[in-house]
Design a protein around this ligand. Structure first.
Ligand code: NAP
Length: 422
């Protein structure tokens, strides 16, 4: 970045009526040539143009999600195939189909340009962005945009995500930034919380009720911490599963949980050498009866192949598994008898529509849900952040400060961890 560009970004602050937009911006990109490695390249790229239904946002912080790991690895789908497909249907002024991909599906920042004046949003306003990208001329979106054939995840299936000084979002992705949170905290929760909201509280997922026992895989991860807090809000009983006692004890001291299951300590290896291990399902069932004295009404699923058979087995009759992912593998099998004979069901869920995202965001704005940032990295250390996220195996969220200054942008008292690191 040359000095004049650097100075432009230093002077960028929210609350102005207009901004001088430079022609180039710094971005961390996944390159078509190097895709497959868990790394991004710091480059200067043209600031993208926006369409009539889009906004250009100055990115203060960018939250790390698993989908950036998938993007960098080029698995299970090559990100450049997404961008090519999008170029056939996009109505945007910007050309998404480039040799580089700017990933990032969570952002906090402020609006620097709007594609249309016909909107309630104003240039200079502080925002967070949800990652549901869709076209408003597709009538399905007025039912549930997640089932619109054009729906995409912004910053994963589209270009110009949050790992750059500016990102491009659809105007319907804009949501108010919680005033009490730092930029980093504000960029941390959107994707996972909205997903968990749809899974557990929306009619499009399943509506848990007060008193429901909800088994939550990866209880200290991004989705898991969201799910626990949503259970707490409606009076359901979260039963978190984690892989070490440190995570479990963190949950005991910060949330309303009656206990936790350490899957490693209990040797709960459900999937071994390419085969199911039904003894491990039974062991989990015994632990649940002994330690939590009740049946499991709902399983909050995302590990996929390793856990799905156990998730179905341990449910009470008529119980439901709600799933949004398959981190350990998507070629899933289970003993089908436990599903149909016991009238159980599996509900598939993917992110959230704008209304669900807004409802989830309101819970943070109203201080009913806390963010859960474990560490914040500088923009220059973005790759360290990705590696930490991957290795971390889900202990809160990892955030990258883009334009936000880490020494000024402190954690609020509401954050669970409060550690700034690099
Ligand atoms: P995360 O913060 O890394 O947490 C995931 C946790 O799941 C891990 O920390 C681990 O916890 C547990 N886990 C992982 N593999 C496991 C296995 N084989 N068996 C049992 N537990 C396992 O990740 P996240 O952000 O919550 O996301 C989790 C998955 O959901 C990712 O695949 C992500 O891409 C996906 N996702 C999908 C959507 C959607 O809209 N469809 C939205 C958000 C996330 P312990 O080691 O402590 O048990």
């Amino acid at each position: 970045m040359n000095n004049s560009t650097k100075n432009i970004f230093k002077s960028f602050k929210p609350g102005q009526d207009s901004y001088e937009i430079p022609s180039l911006m710094p971005a961390r990109v996944v390159n078509k040539k190097t895709i497959g490695e868990l790394k991004t390249e710091l480059v200067e790229v043209p600031v993208p143009k926006i369409g009539h239904d889009e906004a250009l946002v100055a990115v203060m912080s960018s939250g790390v999600n698993y989908n950036t790991i998938w993007t960098a690895r080029g698995e299970p789908v090559n990100t450049f195939d997404f961008l090519k497909r999008l170029s056939f249907s996009s109505n945007s002024e910007s050309t998404h189909n480039l040799d580089y991909h700017i990933p990032g599906s969570d952002a906090s920042g402020f609006i620097v340009k709007l594609g249309s004046k016909d909107t309630k949003w104003k240039v200079g306003q502080e925002i967070v962005a949800n990652c549901n990208w869709h076209r408003n001329d597709d009538v399905e979106v007025f039912n549930d945009s997640m089932i619109s054939s054009e729906q995409k995840i912004w910053g994963y299936e589209t270009n110009f995500g949050s790992l750059a000084a500016f990102c491009v979002v659809k105007i319907h992705q804009l949501m108010p930034k919680p005033k009490h949170l730092s930029w980093a905290e504000s960029a941390s929760y959107g994707l996972v919380l909205s997903t968990a909201y749809r899974m557990l509280l929306s009619d499009n997922g399943l509506r848990i009720r007060s008193g429901d026992n909800v088994l939550i895989w990866g209880g200290a991860g991004g989705l898991g911490l969201s799910a626990i807090q949503l259970c707490n809000i409606v009076g359901a009983n979260p039963i978190p599963v984690v892989s070490d006692d440190e995570k479990g004890n963190f949950l005991l001291s910060n949330f309303m949980v009656d206990g936790f299951i350490n899957r490693k300590k209990e040797n709960l290896n459900f999937w071994e050498k390419g085969k199911h291990n039904p003894l491990a399902w039974k062991k989990l069932s015994m632990i649940l009866k002994k330690q939590f004295k009740g049946h499991v009404d709902v399983v909050f699923e995302h590990p996929g192949r390793d856990t799905m058979a156990a998730s179905i087995y341990i449910l009470r009759k008529g119980g439901k598994v709600v799933t949004c992912a398959a981190t350990s593998g998507y070629d899933i099998s289970y003993d089908h008898r436990y599903l149909w004979m016991d009238s159980k069901s599996i509900i598939g869920c993917h992110f959230a529509n704008p209304y669900e995202s807004l409802k989830a965001n309101s819970l943070v704005v109203e201080k009913k849900i806390r963010p859960f940032v474990s560490s914040v990295f500088e923009f220059k250390d973005a790759d360290k952040a990705l590696k930490k996220f991957e290795k971390n195996k889900g202990f809160g969220k990892v955030v990258i400060n883009v334009l936000a200054n880490s020494t000024e942008d402190k954690f609020s008292s509401l954050n669970c961890f409060g550690e700034m690191s690099g």
